[in-house]
Design a protein around this ligand. Structure first.
Ligand code: HMG
Ligand code: MG
Length: 301
């Protein structure tokens, strides 16, 4: 049997949150529906954050209510607080993604709270989500560096992760929000956080410095089996200036196929999704596999 890895598609959320261009609700729904047909097990559809903070995802409820669910796919959304949870539950999500930063300044800029003020909010969101029968994913952002503070205080990182694990998150996604990690740093951080069961960890790399694929290999070598990717290499955090998109899901898939790791995801179907979103955004996306396909006979923009 081939060893299995889990791909977590975050493009409709992390990708589209950062776009200035308004993508129609129907196009977002069509993208999510098409992603659901590729074999991806998890799709983060949108965010129930404040629409003034992230205008591009102001139609979160309409998107969630409009999609066609494919059995076996977990449909998640980002939720910052109780108000967001209320909206997400009303729309109908399978999984709630909460988020907090490992650095004080990014947390403040991103959600207008200190780290200590954020813990009780997340605890309440997680408690209610669990009572409603939802699974929970917990993101820690700025794990490898902060756009405002630079270096991350390692004891604050450990404390933040400990708190999320105690709150009962099912999966912990470690975010390289600004894309500064390198493979040895990835291994060091995984060693620092070795109190978290390895099969509950996901790695979330933005590809600002081109290290994301190398970092994923480092994660694999440490035993991680879940990785976040964004179709087309979309993505970025509006509260992390200069950050590039997530590593493209299709670039991760190419890596995993080459390593003989099973994902259940169809490359052609995934590339069609990347091509669709590139067409809607009217710009060349960073995905290597998408651009290789375009260069090999696809239509260049
Ligand atoms: P705030 O202004 O401090 O909110 O924003 P508040 O609690 O003071 O409430 C103010 C008003 O907003 C109230 O309304 C609330 O009801 C309303 P009023 O009484 O004045 O009429 N409100 C909401 N409305 C709709 N949905 C909500 C909501 N919450 C309050 N959820 C808040 C705090 C958290 C809402 C805001 O800071 C926010 O939305 N931030 C989101 C920023 C964001 O989305 N960043 C990007 C995602 S994180 C990321 O990309 C990193 C990641 O990918 C991992 C990585 O890369 O590392 C996950
Ligand atoms: Mg991100």
């Amino acid at each position: 049997m081939e060893k299995e890895v889990r791909l977590r598609e975050v493009g409709p959320r992390d990708g589209l949150q950062n776009e200035q261009a308004w993508i129609n609700t129907e196009d977002k729904i069509n993208l999510i529906n098409a992603l659901g047909e590729t074999g991806l097990p998890y799709i983060e559809m949108t965010s129930f954050v404040h629409p003034k903070w992230i205008p591009a995802l102001a139609d979160a409820s309409e998107v969630v209510k409009g999609i066609k669910r494919r059995p076996g796919v977990t449909y998640g959304a980002l939720v910052p607080n109780e108000k967001g949870l209320e909206r997400a539950l009303e729309a109908g999500i399978d999984e709630v993604s909460v988020f907090i930063s490992a650095s004080e300044t990014h947390n403040q800029k991103n959600i207008n709270k200190t780290i200590d003020e954020t813990f009780p909010v997340l605890k309440n969101v997680i408690d209610v989500a669990k009572k409603e029968g939802k699974t929970v994913r917990g993101y820690v952002s700025t794990v490898f560096g902060c756009p405002y503070e630079g270096e991350i205080n390692q004891s604050l990182l450990v404390r933040t992760v400990e708190q999320l694990m105690e709150m009962g998150v099912d999966e912990l996604s470690l975010g390289d929000t600004i894309g500064v990690a390198t493979p040895n740093r990835v291994k060091d951080v995984l060693s620092l956080l070795d109190f978290v069961p390895i099969d509950q960890i996901a790695l979330h790399f933005h590809d600002t410095k081109g290290m994301a694929v190398a970092n994923v290999v480092a994660g694999l070598e440490k035993g991680v089996i879940a990785f976040d990717g964004s179709v087309g290499g979309l993505g970025g955090c509006p509260y992390a200036p200069g950050a590039a998109g997530n590593v493209a899901t299709e670039d991760l898939l190419y890596l995993f196929q080459g390593l003989g790791l099973h994902t259940g995801v169809d490359m052609d179907a995934l590339l069609d999704c990347a091509m669709f979103v590139q067409g809607k955004l009217h710009k060349t996306l960073p995905s290597h596999n998408l651009q290789a396909k375009m260069g090999a006979g696809g239509e260049r923009l």
